[in-house]
Ligand binder design. Structure first.
Ligand code: NIG
Ligand code: FE
Length: 399
């Protein structure tokens, strides 16, 4: 398979319907062309392309930037099928039907050896790469102790290395150091927070973002703050899970710390929304988890939009609340269940998802962006976010 940056230095993609996001929503350029130099787009236009260079004919396909999955928990072992059954009032009667929440996934994850865990995660990534995704964020978070989270950080980086090399997928690793704490007195929980602050100094280079789950189901804003401030002081970018099951002032905390993103937002109130807007923090919606969690909460999309908060969309793949890694399904549900417009959903899995990761070089077809392109056999870009019917995209690359 040809790779980005291989082949001729200069080439043209012609005969494409370019689907992109500009400052006012999405943009559709008929009979578009892109001039690619090395790994980057250097110009784009419509009609007759400027120079006689080697070219790839898109055959009239819709061409998008590769999608960006900005929030996933794909590094785990086991399953939580028993938890899902219990939510339906069914009693799991087989030990292979995993139960017990995040702690159960942590136990199963610790039981798998390193090579198996890396292979399991890579197997989950391969279909994503084939489905038009070019960048995926992977969080640690099923370790729960400092040594176990550091192990997962190391393995996530190994996955990143292999994914880049074997399937051309870019993986960003986030250290989710505070995911769930045991139900214990405050001072015992504080010990774990201190351990995780210590772990920040041992994180392998290559981990650039740090996360915490600020929610009654995770940690309080007060518990998370020292950890997140320590991470920020060490130069990490912050991402936060916030207010998934109740307003825990997580969005306000994320904004006050200058986090790149605040994710979930199902129960975020007006103060959190205003704070996100003022700070320029991206809001990441996780519609599959929202719909399947059964709480009937819905993120305040209208208020977020009115306040001017940029909205990304993620599948939030994980065994406990969102057992799917399908970004197009997430986009569809963002429209049908959360009230996003289709152009906003498209921006949510491209430009704003890249912003949520602090990556300014992707999620767009603007000159200067990485030429990580996907061609889709559809007649309109909205088919990518308003339909979940199977599609076989391809990568337009020169020989
Ligand atoms: O994004 N919110 C916290 N973390 C995950 C769920 C993890 C789990 O239940 O295993 C989420 O929904
Ligand atoms: Fe999550």
């Amino acid at each position: 398979m040809a790779r980005l940056g291989e082949g001729p230095v200069d080439w043209l993609l012609t005969n494409a319907v370019l689907a992109d996001v500009d400052g006012h929503g999405s943009l559709r350029i008929e009979e578009g062309w892109l001039h690619v130099r090395g790994e980057r787009i250097c110009a784009r236009g419509t009609g007759r392309p400027p120079a006689d260079l080697p070219h790839v004919d898109a055959g009239g396909a819709v061409v998008t930037p590769a999608f960006v999955e900005c929030h996933s928990h794909l590094l785990f072992a086991g399953n939580r099928l028993g938890d899902w059954m219990r939510r339906q009032g069914l009693e799991p009667d087989d030990p292979r039907l995993g139960t017990g929440g995040i702690a159960a996934t942590a136990k199963a994850t610790s039981a798998l050896d390193d090579a198996q865990l890396v292979a399991t995660t890579l197997a989950r990534l391969a279909p994503l790469a084939r489905s038009g995704v070019g960048t995926v964020e992977i969080k640690t978070g099923y370790g729960l102790s400092a040594p176990a989270e550091l192990r997962l950080a190391r393995l996530a980086l190994e996955v990143a290395e292999r994914a880049r090399h074997d399937i051309g997928l870019d993986v960003v690793v986030t250290f989710l150091g505070l995911h769930a704490l045991p139900t214990a007195p405050a001072h015992e929980r504080r010990h774990i927070v201190d351990d995780m602050i210590g772990a920040l100094d041992e994180l392998p280079a290559g981990v650039r973002t740090v996360d915490a789950f600020v929610d009654p189901a995770g940690v309080s804003a007060e518990e998370a703050r020292p950890f997140l401030e320590a991470a920020r002081a060490r130069g990490f970018d912050l991402r936060l899970h916030v207010d998934q099951f109740a307003d825990a002032n997580g969005a306000a905390l994320a904004a006050s710390l200058g986090a790149l993103s605040a994710d979930h937002l199902d129960a975020t109130g007006p103060e959190g929304i205003a704070a996100l807007a003022a700070a320029g923090t991206v809001g990441v919606l996780t519609p599959i988890a929202t719909v399947l969690s059964g709480t009937r909460l819905r993120p305040p999309v209208m208020a977020l939009r009115d306040a001017g908060v940029g909205l990304a969309v993620s599948a939030d793949a994980n065994p406990g609340t969102s057992p799917s890694a399908d970004l197009r399904l997430a986009a569809l549900l963002a429209v049908t269940e959360l009230g996003l417009r289709p152009d906003e959903a498209f921006a949510g899995i491209t430009l704003h998802a890249a912003r949520a990761l602090g990556l300014a070089d992707r999620g767009t077809l603007e000159a200067g962006a990485r030429a990580d392109l996907v061609a889709w056999p559809v007649s309109h870009p909205f088919e990518l976010v308003l339909s979940h019917l199977p599609l076989e995209p391809w990568r337009p690359l020169p020989d």
